[in-house]
Design a protein around this ligand. Structure first.
Ligand SMILES: [Zn+2]
Length: 445
């Protein structure tokens, strides 16, 4: 039995069904689960003093391309819209090897961990030079985050009217058989699973209608979740109307891409009927506010989605379009962006934190994560609010208004991954040195 008592937190923001915020409270973790919350709890195990700290559920990241951590702030892509941005970066990404994938995932996941994230999905849709999904799974095991990698894919190259260069696309039969392979090898459906695999054709503009449909059939046959990019910006909508004769929502519905087992990234341009479709079918949305700002894509109608009952989670998106990978900063951005669109009462700090925790867990099919209640998984973030960021705050639990951007401590499945602001599970400094060598190699062409 492994037990940890997080003791005397000034606030515990539970994000449970009653949205309780406990004062001067303890949280007891045992064998990967939360087993008690309250005052004066005791343990024979480890004690972590959380005086002067706010405790929250670990944050959940629902959209990322970890490999992009090696291609931040690429000059020619700094000011481009989505399609031009992609066309600048594709030739660089075509040079990635398994080592690039592994190291970029280590760095990206460590950055997420430091920003309070305990569960991250990843969307890996290019497989040059022998790259495999397990390059990222190995990195997640080392860092210690709960991981939902998705086997992405691109199959329509430039010569067939698609956006990516032909060298980065794969045969559809190869894609489907590799999707089945990685699900069989790595997907764990058990409670408390540390790895769940999904299928994720990159976007309607880089795969065929047939692959979208066949991937959905495969996912449902295997009982795994489905993910793609949808309705990201005006170019995306125009492409859908021109190529498919319909809006993205209709396209998704026709091919089986709506339901409780589906979540779509961005959805900036969903119209009222598409929001209604997502609400009726329980289709999830991964909201990525920084990326949407960075690429000038627009403001996703998150207020309207939430009011209609659409399940919404938060994602940092890839580090080539953010360029940060800080999930708690992303949550603040989500709150601010809705206020830009709809006024100061459009989204509270607590609601944005809810989207970043239980909201994300729910759209990934993990309702046992993203909240602190008895029986929930022991994924916990401890935020020190005694520092300058929260100085003078009248409401330390309102972390997104005045709080730190990094955690003091982080637990995943009861295991400590961050202690005193340092990742404890692997040699981050060594990974940083490797990262610098690899990124410099890419710059040199
Ligand atoms: Zn993306």
């Amino acid at each position: 039995m492994t037990e940890t008592l997080i003791r005397a937190a000034s606030h515990v923001v539970c994000m449970d069904d009653d949205r309780r915020v406990l004062r001067d409270a303890d949280v007891l973790l045992r064998d990967g689960q939360v087993v008690a919350l309250g005052q004066s709890l005791t343990t024979a195990g480890e004690v972590v003093d959380a005086e002067g700290c706010v405790v929250t559920p670990g944050l959940v990241n629902t959209h990322h391309h970890l490999y992009q951590t090696l291609t931040r702030a690429v000059p020619a892509a700094q000011d481009a819209l989505l399609f031009g941005w992609l066309q600048t970066l594709y030739p660089i990404w075509a040079r990635f090897t398994p080592e690039h994938m592994y190291v970029s995932a280590q760095i990206g996941l460590a950055e997420l961990a430091l920003s309070g994230c305990t569960l991250s999905s990843d969307h890996l849709y290019l497989y040059p030079n022998g790259v495999r999904l397990e390059d990222t799974i190995a990195a997640a095991e080392e860092v210690g985050l709960r991981f939902h990698p998705t086997r992405g894919a691109m199959s329509i190259g430039e010569s067939d009217g698609g956006l990516p260069p032909d060298a980065l696309v794969e045969e559809e039969a190869v894609i489907l058989s590799d999707m089945a392979r990685v699900i069989d090898a790595f997907h764990d459906a058990a409670p408390g699973a540390m790895c769940r695999v999904g299928v994720a054709p990159c976007s309607p503009f880089s795969v065929s209608r047939e692959l979208m449909r066949d991937a959905a059939v495969l996912a449902r046959d295997k009982g795994v979740m489905m993910h793609t990019h949808l309705a990201e910006n005006d170019e995306d909508i125009a492409y859908s109307l021109e190529q498919f004769g319909c809006r993205p929502g209709q396209y998704a519905e026709d091919l089986g891409w709506v339901g409780l087992d589906v979540w779509h990234a961005h959805c900036v341009k969903l119209d009222a009927s598409e929001i209604d479709l997502f609400a009726r079918t329980g289709t999830g949305v991964a909201h990525c506010p920084c990326s949407n700002c960075r690429l000038g894509s627009g403001i996703a109608p998150v207020r309207a989605m939430r009011d209609a009952g659409v399940p919404v989670g938060l994602g940092v998106d890839g580090s080539a379009s953010n360029d940060a990978g800080n999930l708690v900063a992303e949550a603040r951005q989500a709150m601010l962006l809705q206020r830009v669109a709809r006024g100061a009462d459009a989204m509270s700090a607590q609601e944005a934190l809810e989207i970043a925790t239980r909201g994300g867990a729910d759209i990934l099919g993990r309702p046992e994560c993203g909240r602190l209640s008895v029986g929930a998984r022991a994924d916990v973030a401890i935020w020190d609010v005694s520092g300058i960021e929260a100085a003078g705050s009248w409401d330390p639990a309102a972390l997104l208004l005045a709080g730190p951007n990094t955690v003091r401590d982080l637990f995943v499945e009861g295991r400590q991954v961050v202690r005193d602001g340092q990742v404890t599970t692997f040699d981050l400094q060594a990974a940083m040195r490797k990262q610098a060598v690899l990124a410099n190699g890419l710059m040199d062409g």
